[in-house]
Write a protein that binds this ligand. Structure first.
Ligand code: SAM
Ligand code: SF4
Length: 350
């Protein structure tokens, strides 16, 4: 399968937001952005089937932003009211300046700094240093507990045990109740929901099932490949009774449950396809080379590099405000107008 060329989108400056929008980061639908998802690399050592194709091309290294650029963007965003940062990619642990980046981000006034990783062979000393520097949360992606499927899904030689060891490393470093993201696909791993729930119980983990979204660069997604949150929850509830937990905040994308018998661990369900939560979205994404994406499903994206080049934080802030104002009301998956973005999840930053 030949992958889709990048990018196929306009990169001109966004239209200027009206004057009354220039307080913090506001979109034209009344939503306020607090959560910045920053991709620090487009590289990955896995080729997960629901995300990448084996022949996906990475950008030339010189096109990726540098450490100071990322920090400049964070400072601009914090000045506009962003309180949460998620470090993502590609695989963020492949970013050469990751340790320095976390150290510097940890000194910023942020309420929450989290990172998502595929969990490939994390070094205990590095993980401990991230924790000490102010990384609050680590999320691991793991879609199967079977090694034969691990090889087929990730198209890598990584074993399930390797990722579980990394999760233990995170816990030992002080990351309480690490989180696992699971993407179930029909006839691929849809029989593993209960196994993951059992894992959550025995290891006191927070397992989140995310519906497969049309963000795979191979464009194999169709509605029949999606295992819905309702199906996954029903499968688990039939074996381990679940009790709802109250949402921590309004922008929480996951509906979370504890086990009724008091066992440790939790499960949560993220349903962007079957039950979209766009109305409460408070996120803005920036790709590793500096494209601002107001929505995961944006087909327009805006280049922050000209604003970075001036060295003035106000210029970056104006660009972020203008881009945010263009944020679409919803993703529209399933509607006639929906069109899958040119970028896959790996090139956006999940
Ligand atoms: N490489 C890291 C990882 O896998 O955790 C971080 C980047 S990855 C793009 C971030 C998250 O996006 C992962 O949890 C992954 O499972 C999820 N993801 C990727 N493609 C997806 C898709 N098409 N639908 C739903 N989730 C997807
Ligand atoms: Fe890489 Fe993460 Fe995408 Fe898998 S989900 S291919 S680990 S970026």
């Amino acid at each position: 399968m030949t992958s889709v060329p990048l990018p196929q989108m306009p990169v001109a400056a966004p239209p200027a937001a009206p004057e009354h929008a220039r307080q913090g980061l506001r979109d034209s639908h009344g939503r306020v952005i607090r959560d910045l998802r920053l991709s620090v690399t487009d590289r990955c050592n896995f080729r997960c089937t629901y995300c990448m194709e084996p022949d996906d091309r990475f950008l030339p290294r010189q096109q990726l932003l540098g450490l100071n650029d990322y920090l400049h963007i964070i400072d601009a965003a914090i000045g506009l009211g962003v309180t949460k940062l998620r470090i993502t990619g590609g695989e963020p642990t492949l970013y050469p300046d990751l340790d320095a980046f976390i150290e510097a981000a940890g000194r910023r006034p942020l309420d929450d700094i989290a990172m998502t990783t595929n969990g490939w062979a994390l070094d205990p000393r590095r993980v401990a240093a991230w924790k000490a520097a102010g990384l609050h949360r680590l999320t691991f992606s793991l879609d199967t507990l079977r090694d034969d499927r691990m090889a087929a899904i990730t198209r890598s030689r990584t074993s399930v045990a390797t990722v579980l060891e990394s999760i233990d490393v995170a816990r030992d470093a002080g990351f309480a109740r690490p989180k696992i993201n699971v993407v179930l696909q029909t006839s691929v791993n849809d029989d593993e929901a209960v196994h993951f729930a059992a894992l959550a119980r025995t290891r006191d983990l927070d397992v989140r099932f995310i519906e497969f979204m049309p963000l795979d660069s191979g464009r194999h997604w169709d509605r029949s490949t999606v295992v819905t949150a309702a199906q996954t929850k029903a499968a688990i509830h039939a074996v381990f009774a679940l009790e709802p937990e109250t949402a921590a905040h309004a922008a929480e994308t996951s509906t979370n449950f504890r086990f009724a018998d008091g066992a440790p661990g939790r499960v949560g369900f993220i349903a962007p396809v079957s039950n979209p939560f766009c109305g409460a979205c408070n996120r803005l994404r920036i790709t590793a080379e500096g494209m601002v994406r107001p929505c995961l499903f944006s087909t327009d994206e805006w280049d922050v590099r000209p604003s970075l080049a001036t060295g003035r934080v106000e210029d970056v802030q104006a660009l972020l405000q203008d881009a945010t104002w263009t944020k679409q009301k919803g993703h529209g998956i399933g509607s006639k107008e929906f069109s899958q973005p040119a970028r896959g999840m790996r090139a956006i930053g999940g």
